[in-house]
Design a protein around this ligand. Structure first.
Ligand SMILES: Nc1ncnc2c1ncn2[C@@H]1O[C@H](COP(=O)(O)OP(=O)(O)OP(=O)(O)O)[C@@H](O)[C@H]1O
Ligand SMILES: [Mg+2]
Length: 254
């Protein structure tokens, strides 16, 4: 199996605060990894390091065997230029808790913006692909709607389509359903479940245990900047060994 993400002993500091401590993991092509853990444990920081919104202070992250942010020559590391980093960042698509759509663009325009302006794809092609993506997320009839007229769940599905339009090798989701009203969580999880079935490689920070149990190949539990448990969902979620993880899961399931 080929890995698409390989994180080795990733460390991140915010001034004196040690936010990530020797975080190591691997995600293979077509796999879904769910990251769980209490607030402040470093989940978002880790995703942000993967897509280079944050810089790693020690250790490294390889995306499809390319070291993020640096070039290795001999035994030295040289930082990449902004342009090279921007190119690497195209390998990952990210979906946030808040949908971050452009308010003055329609659903369709939100999706075609990246392909047209960044990838310089012809408008017609980009529009056709965007329509197919809207179909995939169940929103073909909302192509010309503006974000404010869409529900939270619909906006999040447009945000997923927008990330997919850039054809990333890896999709990162940071609590994609936690800002949604409960009745809209299901429709977004259904789209994510479908992506997983189609073989999309995904790294998902979530508190949705049902989703993690059904869809994840691996589950990782973070606490205070460290991975403290990792394994198949059935062993991690049903028989957590670590007492902190046990407490966390019990609190969520209550
Ligand atoms: N830009 C920053 N500057 C200073 N500290 C930060 C910064 N970003 C994150 N932190 C700190 O790093 C720690 C990890 O934050 P992070 O957002 O990764 O947690 P999280 O696991 O995603 O939490 P949540 O479940 O609440 O989203 C927290 O203590 C946070 O306050
Ligand atoms: Mg977070």
């Amino acid at each position: 199996m080929r890995n698409i993400v390989r994180a080795m002993k990733v460390n991140k500091y915010f001034d004196q605060f040690h936010a990530l401590k020797d975080v190591s993991l691997e995600v293979n092509y077509g796999e879904v990894m769910c990251i769980l853990g209490p607030s402040g444990s470093g989940k978002s920081t880790f995703l942000r390091c993967i897509n280079q919104l944050e810089k790693v202070d020690r250790g490294g992250i390889w995306i499809d065997n390319e070291l993020a942010g640096y070039r290795i020559a001999g035994d030295k590391l040289y930082p990449l230029s902004d342009k090279q980093i921007a190119r690497q960042r195209l390998h990952t698509g990210m979906v946030f808790q808040r949908f971050n759509l452009f308010p003055h663009k329609t659903a369709l325009e939100n999706i075609t913006e990246g392909p047209c302006n960044v990838l310089l794809r012809p408008k017609r092609e980009a529009t056709e692909e965007a329509m197919a993506l809207l179909e995939r997320v169940g929103l073909a009839n909302k192509a010309h709607a503006y974000p404010q007229s869409l529900s939270g769940g619909q906006q999040q599905r447009v945000a997923i389509a927008r990330a997919l339009a850039m054809k990333p090798k890896l999709m990162l989701f940071d609590e994609p359903t936690s800002a949604l009203d409960p009745e809209m969580v299901g429709e977004v999880l259904a789209v994510m479940r479908q992506l997983a079935q189609e073989g999309t490689t995904m790294l998902v920070v979530t508190h949705e245990m049902g989703f993690a149990r059904e869809v994840a190949n691996q589950v990782v539990f973070m606490d205070e900047g460290q991975i403290i448990e990792q394994g198949a969902p059935e062993e991690i979620l049903l028989n957590p060994r670590n007492p902190r993880m046990k407490n966390f899961i019990n609190a969520i399931l209550l």
